[in-house]
Ligand binder design. Structure first.
Ligand code: UDX
Length: 450
């Protein structure tokens, strides 16, 4: 029989909602706590408050088992053996640093409402992405409070669009444990019970100290961001020389030490994680007096932001120097496909800037239209690609949704006014579009013979 743990998940946003539902699948009883009554009500009905493939199925099954509840009442976490902290740590409005308000308020909730199980201390497991040093600070606060609890840091690595898969079949699990070996063992054993079905499959589990666990997450995201900015800087070189960055990435990617993944040049990275994580990491390094160690991330960030400028300049150049009155069809607004997330989305930023330059922007997105309409009522967002493309002077593919990648160049040509396309994600076949009469511009890529 599977070990059974009574779990609370504090914070039912992207991370917490997925985590709560998936923990039921592992055989546990879960209560998800959030301050947002609307979100709690939706989740309780099995409705995902955001677009995430597979989540509603997992939610529905977990709710039907009777072992998953969502609530706004913090007293519901009493009686749980283990508490996951899964609240957000967004970028602060006026600095690069992470806003830790929600983490500390989650810790306060646990200290006020958690109880100590019969068989040993309560366990508090941090999953939020936090500045290094936070786990120890939380452990110190807990030690000074009236609750016998062990703090463990257990970073998540989930990607939007693959969140369920990344939670139930992660490629590794990291536990950041306290220095006190006996307490650490208690924390390790508790998390081993939670993740038993995953660990039984041989998933690597790394036992490390607090700072290492906290650094693993930001180091991984910094590496990924660096890889993307590296290939985007190569795209700039390709633009200057006539090279093709996609073929370049294919060629260097065959070297196993480099690998082809995360070498897709384009308009750069966005979303709720990579941009804010590298900035918070730089801010923390500054506080620690080692800002020089991460100066390269400043460059990674600027290369990334330069991609957006480049896309806007390219559109302006293609329009003959002025965008006023030029109809631009923007295909894609989310930061990546299979997501409705427009946080720090390069596509949305570019659409807004084109509009600012006087272009008649008509944008569309299969999942991001609703959030953009709410956020940017000034932007003209239509429901279908056909409406956006109708009579366009320039087409810009900014998020590589499969339905845009599958557009037929000849048929699309027959509906636009002028066949000019900017492939912001290098997702199209340049030759096929050029052969159909389009002026095709990729990111560090042209329609060359080879
Ligand atoms: C990322 C990390 O991948 C994940 O491990 C971490 O837990 C959270 O942050 P996510 O934000 O969901 O996940 O998106 P990801 O798939 O990593 O893409 C991030 C951005 O980089 C997107 O805007 C994407 O379009 C862009 N990207 C990705 C590129 O521009 N080129 C690439 O080669 C890969």
């Amino acid at each position: 029989m599977l070990p059974h743990v009574r779990i609370s998940v504090i914070g039912c946003g992207y991370l917490g909602a997925v985590h709560a539902a998936c923990m039921v699948g592992l055989g546990h009883d879960v209560v998800g706590l959030d301050v947002d009554a609307v979100k709690v009500e939706q989740l309780s009905r099995g409705v995902a408050p955001f677009h995430e493939p597979g989540l509603e199925e997992v939610l529905t099954e977990a709710l039907a088992s009777g072992r998953l509840t969502f609530t706004t009442d913090p007293s519901a976490i009493a009686g749980c053996d283990l508490h996951f902290i899964a609240v957000g740590t967004p970028q602060q409005a006026k600095s690069y640093a992470a806003d830790m308000t929600y983490v500390w308020s989650a810790v306060d909730t646990v200290l006020q409402h958690a109880t100590v199980p019969e068989e040993g201390p309560a366990v508090i497991v941090g999953k939020s992405t936090v500045p290094v040093g936070t786990a120890q600070a939380i452990a110190d606060r807990v030690a000074g409070a009236d609750l016998d609890a062990v703090v463990v840091w257990n970073p998540e690595f989930l990607r939007e669009g693959f969140a369920v898969q990344d939670t139930t079949a992660p490629d590794r699990i990291v536990y950041g444990l306290p220095e006190d070996r006996e307490r650490g063992e208690l924390g390790r054993a508790a998390l081993d019970r939670v993740y038993a079905p995953i660990l039984e499959r041989g998933t690597p589990r790394l036992l490390v100290n607090y700072p290492t666990a906290e650094l693993v997450k930001v180091a991984a995201n910094s590496f990924l961001a660096t890889k993307i900015s590296f290939i985007n800087s190569m795209a700039e070189l390709c633009d200057a020389t006539g090279g093709d960055v996609a073929r370049l990435a294919d060629a260097i990617g065959h070297d196993e030490r480099i690998g082809r993944k995360f070498l897709r040049a384009g308009i750069g990275f966005g979303g709720g994680c990579l941009p804010k994580d590298i900035r918070a990491f730089m801010a923390r390094a500054g506080e620690l007096g080692v800002d020089q160690s991460l100066t390269f991330l400043r460059e990674v960030d600027s290369i990334n932001l330069r991609r957006r400028d480049h896309a806007v300049e390219l559109a302006t150049e293609m329009a003959g120097g002025r965008l006023v009155g030029v109809k631009v069809a923007v295909l894609g607004l989310t930061f990546k496909p299979d997501s409705d997330d427009v946080r720090d989305s390069p596509a949305l930023d570019i659409a807004g800037r084109l509009w600012g330059r006087g272009a008649t922007v008509v944008a569309t997105d299969p999942a991001g239209a609703a959030p953009v309409r709410a956020m940017r009522p000034d932007l003209h967002v239509v429901d279908t690609a056909a409406e956006a493309l109708d009579g366009a002077d320039i087409v810009m593919l900014l998020t590589e949704w499969p339905e845009y990648v599958a557009l037929d160049p000849a048929r699309t040509r027959s509906v636009v006014r002028t066949p000019r396309i900017i492939d912001g994600r290098n997702a199209l076949d340049p030759r096929a579009w050029a052969d159909a009469g389009w002026d095709y511009r990729g990111m560090g890529r042209t329609a060359s013979t080879w």
